[in-house]
Design a protein around this ligand. Structure first.
Ligand code: WTA
Length: 652
């Protein structure tokens, strides 16, 4: 629901901002799209250190697709994030402030982080990890995860982080797809007072990942674990070895050298390995961190995401560190020990910028509406939102209760594939409309297309596409068939354009309103998941003959997971069976994929060609059971099944 309200950034936010007027934004935006090469050329020089300058700024062809930024240039992400800040006044500045689940704090200066990174980079090299090798990281929010990422970057190894909430099977699949040579994990993680046995899970995964030669284990919880001789090494023992040097010359890599692979969900059951570059990606992270969060030298910036997702990569690690900022990382969850935890951290560390997801805002709004008022949040200037469209109610609560009407709320639309913010307001100038991500960032050229591939009219719903390359965009998919998969997923649907998978509309003021995914991807608590992936997990249970998974509107999570299940002969619906099937999905993918509902049905509504009529099951899951709105059902093999499904709907 759109609201008509418009909020203008306060004078204070405006006066200190890097971009403090719409004229300035417009001027810079126009320059960035009129002559993108010139614009990005200048930005790449301003934001990054290059060992060798590039020969060509941009080469591209979306019909292949092929994109290369800063070809011929040599750089290194770890050098940009660390070394250059240790050469001046930032040397003693906090790079990372770590807040533990239980409330302890650790701080790492740029110099101390650099030394840690160099030592671990040397350990990796000593164990045979080289430029181009893939290193899997299965770690929770501990400071060593940052060291691990930057140590990989330092030697040109490609990291792939697997979210620590995934199951051992999901970990195994991602290691197998990436052919990782090395795995970095911890003995056990802690979240919300619970201990998560990550090494045990890693051991299970490694039974079927022959490519892993070495596994490093960070001790974090003093959990009892098994260490396999010759394969498993304690991180602390290796990094403290006397023969390990404090210095490690960075490996100067090509701008397009892969910095990392991050697996994300698409329309198919198999997660896709999105490959990000070093130079372009880092530039995108750095420039957006500076302007969208209006990050200044003295600021303390807190992003509550997990490093297992793109937000953690770009906006806990690479963006803030690349520009010499102070990034606060938090191990725990927003509701433990109570719903004031985030605000307590904001007060304790005098946080200036806070970045979280709408699902967290909704949950805190429900579980602790008065909590923000119990803390001193006067340092907050900017509040960020990411992961899904933010509903105006949540936006207004965030703005009034957390931001006390004083903070700008930046609604940042972007994706794993985009690497960095694409559409967002700037906190010192853009008038805010709750629920709209507002205007494109510099260099981003969005277009909304209708299914007929025409540009949508004002207020007309369409598909959000991007016309022109941007530096932090994905370069390819990991593994074979990259070109084909790039075409199938992103570039072949609206030829000549990058297709985001999102629905959107543009209003009369040129503001973008995101409408959620239009493909079979669902967004559960800001976690991106493919319905096909959950279906594959359901179908692999012995009792399940067939299934259909859809998202449905959920008050807190944004979308919940609704699974229709057809049982095999000999199985009867029961609560026990529901539990078992849900448990099976948790084991297969992880707790984030647990269906909220299992609805046992005798059959699914299928067309004569055998396709499940998804629009029908989606409507029923959302409680829209008025058949008037179902459209044409005549192509169904058995139209009566629709009534049976409606009648047996849980809580119907
Ligand atoms: C959704 C997360 C509306 C969108 C950075 C996108 C959003 C998907 C917003 C990417 C926003 C993210 N407003 N929708 N501000 N931010 N999305 O890859 O559907 O985990 O396609 O990246 O999240 O999710 P991903």
């Amino acid at each position: 629901m759109a609201t008509e309200q418009i909020f203008i950034p306060t004078k204070e936010n405006q006066s200190r901002a890097w971009i403090s007027s719409m004229e300035e934004y417009q001027k810079m935006y126009d320059a960035s799209v009129k002559d993108p090469e010139k614009f990005w050329d200048e930005q790449a020089k301003e934001f990054l250190y290059w060992k060798k300058p590039w020969d060509t700024t941009l080469e591209w062809d979306f019909t292949k697709p092929y994109v290369s930024w800063f070809k011929g240039g040599l750089t290194n992400a770890s050098y940009n994030c660390l070394d250059r800040h240790t050469q001046g006044l930032h040397r003693n500045k906090a790079a990372i402030i770590w807040e533990s689940d239980g409330g302890r704090t650790k701080m790492y200066t740029y110099q101390s982080l650099l030394t840690k990174v160099c030592r671990f980079a040397n350990v990796l090299k000593d164990h045979g990890v080289k430029k181009g090798d893939v290193v899997a990281i299965f770690m929770p929010m501990v400071p060593e995860v940052v060291t691990a990422m930057l140590a990989c970057a330092r030697i040109g190894a490609i990291h792939t982080i697997i979210f620590s909430g995934f199951s051992s099977q999901a970990l195994r699949d991602r290691i197998q797809d990436s052919n990782a040579k090395c795995l970095i994990t911890v003995d056990a993680g802690k979240r919300g007072g619970k201990v998560i046995p990550l090494k045990v899970m890693a051991d299970e995964a490694m039974l079927e990942t022959p490519t892993i030669e070495t596994c490093f284990v960070v001790t974090h919880s003093r959990a009892t674990i098994n260490m396999q001789e010759g394969r498993d090494f304690y991180y602390h023992e290796e990094t403290r070895r006397r023969d390990i040097s404090n210095e490690c010359e960075p490996e100067w890599v090509e701008a397009d050298h892969p910095l990392f692979i991050l697996y994300t969900s698409g329309s198919t059951g198999k997660p896709k390995g999105v490959v990000h570059s070093t130079g372009g990606y880092l530039l995108g992270c750095a420039i957006t961190t500076k302007y969208v969060f209006d990050l200044h030298d003295e600021d303390i910036y807190f992003c509550s995401a997990d490093v297992g997702w793109i937000t953690g990569h770009s906006y806990i690690v690479y963006g803030p560190l690349c520009i010499g900022g102070t990034s606060l990382m938090f191990e725990g969850i927003p509701t433990y020990p109570n719903a004031g935890r985030f605000w307590e951290i904001c007060e304790k560390h005098a946080v200036n910028q806070f970045y979280t997801a709408p699902t967290a805002i909704r949950s805190l709004m429900k579980n602790g509406p008065d909590e923000p008022s119990k803390y001193n949040l006067s340092n907050l200037r900017i509040l960020g939102s990411v992961g899904e469209p933010i509903n105006p109610e949540a936006w207004l609560w965030y703005f009034h209760e957390v931001g006390q009407g004083r903070c700008s709320v930046v609604d940042t639309w972007w994706q794993t594939e985009s690497g960095a913010h694409m559409i967002s307001n700037l906190p010192g100038c853009t008038p805010m409309k709750p629920g709209s991500a507002t205007l494109p960032f510099f260099g981003v050229q969005p277009i909304i297309l209708t299914e007929e591939k025409k540009e949508a009219a004002v207020d007309e719903d369409g598909r959000l596409c991007i016309k022109f390359p941007w530096p932090s965009m994905l370069r390819r998919m990991w593994g074979e068939d990259s070109d084909k998969r790039m075409m199938d997923n992103y570039f072949g649907i609206f030829p000549g354009y990058y297709f985001s998978g999102d629905g959107a509309a543009l209003d009369k003021d040129g503001y973008y309103w995101l409408k959620g995914r239009v493909d079979d991807v669902i967004n559960v608590s800001g976690h991106r998941m493919s319905t096909a992936e959950v279906e594959a997990a359901l179908n692999s249970h012995a009792a399940v003959a067939e299934s259909a998974v859809v998202g449905y509107p959920h008050e807190i999570k944004g979308e919940g997971i609704y699974g229709y299940v057809v049982l095999n002969e000999g199985f009867e619906p029961s609560d026990d069976l529901t539990q078992m099937i849900v448990g099976h999905v948790r084991k297969d993918i992880g707790p984030i994929a647990s269906p909220d509902y299992i609805h046992f049905v005798p059959d699914l509504p299928k067309t004569r060609s055998g396709k499940i009529m998804r629009r029908i099951v989606r409507k029923i899951a959302a409680g829209k059971i008025d058949k008037e709105g179902f459209g044409d059902l005549s192509t169904l093999v058995d139209p009566d099944i629709v009534d049976v499904i409606i009648e047996t709907r849980p809580n119907a």
